[in-house]
Ligand binder design. Sequence first.
Ligand SMILES: NC(=O)c1ccc[n+]([C@@H]2O[C@H](COP(=O)([O-])OP(=O)(O)OC[C@H]3O[C@@H](n4cnc5c(N)ncnc54)[C@H](OP(=O)(O)O)[C@@H]3O)[C@@H](O)[C@H]2O)c1
Length: 328
Amino acid sequence: MKAKNVLIFGCTGQIGRSIVRKLTKDNYSVTAVTRNIHQKGIILKTLGNAGFINIVEANIFDEKKIRELFKNADICINLVGILYEQKRGNTFKNIHTIFPSILAKLSKQYNLKHFIHLSALGINDAVDSNYAKSKLEGENEILKNFPLATILRPSVVYSVEDNFSTSFMTLLSRLPFFPLYYSGKTKFAPIHCSDLTDIIYHVISNNIYSKIIECIGPEIITFKEIIQRLLKLIDKKRILINFPLPLANISARFFELMPYPLITRDQIRILKYDNISSGKYKTNSDIGVPSKRYFNDEIKKYCYMWKEGGQFSTERYKYNQDLENKTN
Ligand SMILES: NC(=O)c1ccc[n+]([C@@H]2O[C@H](COP(=O)([O-])OP(=O)(O)OC[C@H]3O[C@@H](n4cnc5c(N)ncnc54)[C@H](OP(=O)(O)O)[C@@H]3O)[C@@H](O)[C@H]2O)c1
């Protein structure tokens, strides 16, 4: 019988929303766990038809409550992750190492068919980053406690719902210049969120137990090229400045004082390392799900909101300019 009950942690994020939409459309029943049902319930409720989503509010360390949820689950997906640490327990160690380890133990205890965990690409190399170290330790804990788990390591993930392309386009629209760390030479293999959720879906529906899979997009692009492409897509010209590392670290120290830092020193350390396939693990192409979506083609679908004129800058409205002239 097909495993149908999927328990998801971190489903209100970019990747979570996309996978919940995909799973519920194919009649999977999803239990979506969030920290704040009042704030996030409205997002979750609209992701699937009534009856296919059960929303649960829980602190991820409330083991008694979490344990109850495992009793009815066939599959568990962990998408909880943070980019910077905050006070009161929101540390890399708690979120990326201890929490996944608890999930892996519970998956074993309740005989789950699968546990899928989202890690990150390049964490073996980024030895001086606390984010990378905690993700790597989390992976080790998972494989120790539930060897059947599948760990997905994506490069940077983008979509209209991301905090990456959309934030950069906002910054590029507002700033007269843009800083490049390490001269913008760091390489990425950006993967579209739908391509990534196709991989998660494939792993679930084909019972793939592959330990670690690197998830990459179809192109390798440097950081500088990403910024240049975004500038071209939003039709803007900006000065790109090679930011010296000491200055970058001083500014990051300042940003870290803010509730949502633009960049942290730990992120600057990660940026030193290429974020592309290592060649040591299987990739999404190896398991039969190559990425189909190209960066420029996808960004083009939503970048118009950062262009002068917003939606009126699109071909459709340019064509209607005649109409506007007539009515004036
Ligand atoms: N996006 C990327 O480019 C990228 C690249 C590589 C790896 N990844 C990994 O993929 C996973 C999902 O990424 P995403 O981009 O979808 O993340 P996201 O949009 O930032 O969402 C993160 C999710 O984690 C939950 N969360 C955050 N802090 C939490 C905390 N302290 N306690 C409990 N839950 C918390 C949030 O759930 P609630 O607020 O509803 O509780 C949210 O749904 C993460 O593990 C991330 O590290 C992402």
